[in-house]
Design a protein around this ligand. Sequence first.
Ligand code: BGC
Length: 762
Amino acid sequence: MQTDIKLVRNENYDPKELNLHETLFCNANGYIGIRGTLEEGVPKDFPTMRGQYLAGAYETIPMKQAESLCNLVEEKQTMLNICDTQTICLTVCKEEFMPAAGGVIDSERILDMECGYTERVTHWKSASGKEIKVRIRRMAHFGMKELFTIEYEVEALNFSGEAVFDSIHDAEVANFSDPDDPRLADASPCYLKVAEQGFSGSASYSVSRAENSGVKIAAVTEHVLDPSSGSGCMMREENGRLITRLRVPVRQNEKITVIKYAAFSDSIREKDPKAKAMSVLKEAKNRPIEELYDEQKKYLSKFFERSLMTIEGDNELEDAVRFNMYEMLCAAPHDDRSGIAAKGLSGEGYEGHFFWDTEMYVVPFFLLTEPSLAKNILSFRYATLPEARENAALLGHKKGALYPWRTITGRECSGYFPSGSAAYHINGAIAYAVIQYYLTTYDEDFLLEKGLEILIETARLWLDTGVYDRQGRFCIHEVTGPDEYTCMVNNNYYTNASAKHNLSFAASLFEKFRNDERAVRLADRISVTDDEIGKMKKAAEHMYLPYDSDYGINPQDDSFLEKPVWDLAATPKEKFPLLLHYHPLHLYRYQVCKQADTVLAHFLFPSLETKETMEKSFRYYEKITTHDSSLSTCVFSMTASMLGLKDEALSYFGDSAKLDLMNRHENTKDGVHTANMGGCYMAIVNGFAGLRITEDGLSIDPYVPEGLKSYSFPFSYRGRNLRLTVEKDTAVLELIEGEALEFSAGGKKVELGKEKQWKWKL
Ligand code: BGC
């Protein structure tokens, strides 16, 4: 599929912009993530987060609590910045190529999403007047997940002489830290200790080990030179770094190319990571790089065939949405050994932890485009059910599983439980994603082998947490909802609504499949009884969903409306985000929301309230929400669409699609905002297009927002491939592949099958 999607930026080597570009031009493939740092490095005082990461690779570090209350979390996992194999220092005729220090005539960065690589093209002049053109192409290969390549091409423009490449393999690296920002690590020791390193033939290798977790990382590199004749290669170890020096004669107007192949592996996935990395390197090196590029392009062509969105009327928006899709793919794990971190694999923000973001915001994209990736993500949650059970037990529960608020291995990493472990709604998000996965794919094998167990164990936790009040309402106390400016409350509306959904589906799906032998075995193994299923149904039915008749809205929780309203209009601009300027306790005493909470519940569970109540709620919360979290405006947009508030939907959608491209939160340098990227997709697909998948099947109720002409996107649904195209007056659903289906078009049930297209007036 021809797509020609590119992100192109001038590279001014401006220290204020460089670390933003490191994020935007990161290369990742779901396993490795390599920030777009400069091969040659930067002058000393330039800010940079030079990082390479492997999905799920971590160190365990102590997290000392000042007061050791019972069962507080005292250690956490942190992502590892692994061995640096990016460095290539170039000198031409003894002059060092260091464009960040000057001499740039012009330079451009390109992320080519059709081809799956990044490029930096720099025209540079040395102090003595020698001009060269350097084109560096980098790729994290989607097919060979362990492989990262740098193709480094130099053209001498006005001289002939010698180029020397010092290509470095440095296993002694430290993580990034910023003690002033709670969203980053506060210390940056070297977590990985080199266990062995050296040269084997013309390859360099290192195996390093994280001391506490025992996780081992292997990295290997090797070079191919073109033309190879007349050049020399020398390898040496210096200050712990493995250096391969390539000396090459250059002639005016001729190009020389060095290809650096690097392969990585880890002991979480492989018994012998070094052998694995070596074998990947060998395989890659024996194939022409063009063949690897070709494969990459084919992979992406397939991905875009299933996902590419077209938006007429706003090219910038279209580009931004496509960039977001690409970034989500780069973050998606290819096995069940990791989830999706808040920043994907593009930076160290939030220390590489996975939150509820994945299931609530990113899974919906994969469900409709690449369900196998959604399955990987949910399989990771299945694989970490034992840790979730332990977590529940630590918090005093007798039954059930509580997923950690933030984690890499499945163990809780949150040191501040009021806006961490108390966010029980993560269970609701994971259950919601399992249910949506089933409803979208009808994959009974996954449901019966993994999903149902997740649903039952999460539902059990609600049963164990909740209590019936004197009026017989099922209440959930002392939890924190999505809005982290309000913590430890009773009956958070969002949490209760998602618990109701979780309980009711755990019971109904168990009953639906109760005679299947896999469900029988499960019931036996984890002792599910009729009595327990009955309790789940009863709790769901009697779940308390707070409603305030004076305001005609759903209060965020029992005490929310009793608190004074924070005066947002009087809060100086520089005091946002509030979390960086006010003590949490202070924030908790006001009606002020960091992000969508009740408004998200309305979008997910619209049948629980009347349209009037939801609209009043929406109006109420919009006045007191700061959107300090990037997970917020997209939700306001989709809920507005659902309520028919088209102007609001558009204005909340606003620039959120471009949040990272425009660095709107001023912290994209720490990594992209993956959840917001998924949220933007949802704001279009579930918001503007009104696409929903429930027990009743597929329904679509679309409109085109002001300012756009039309939009169109493919999606998959229960084994079929479809495409929806929405114009101002008409919508068309096209069945590209698969069996006939019934769906609801703007509220009317119709059949798509005999006719391969259904067109309706809007
Ligand atoms: C949000 C959470 C989110 C986390 C990671 C926080 O700012 O409040 O909802 O899970 O960021 O993205």
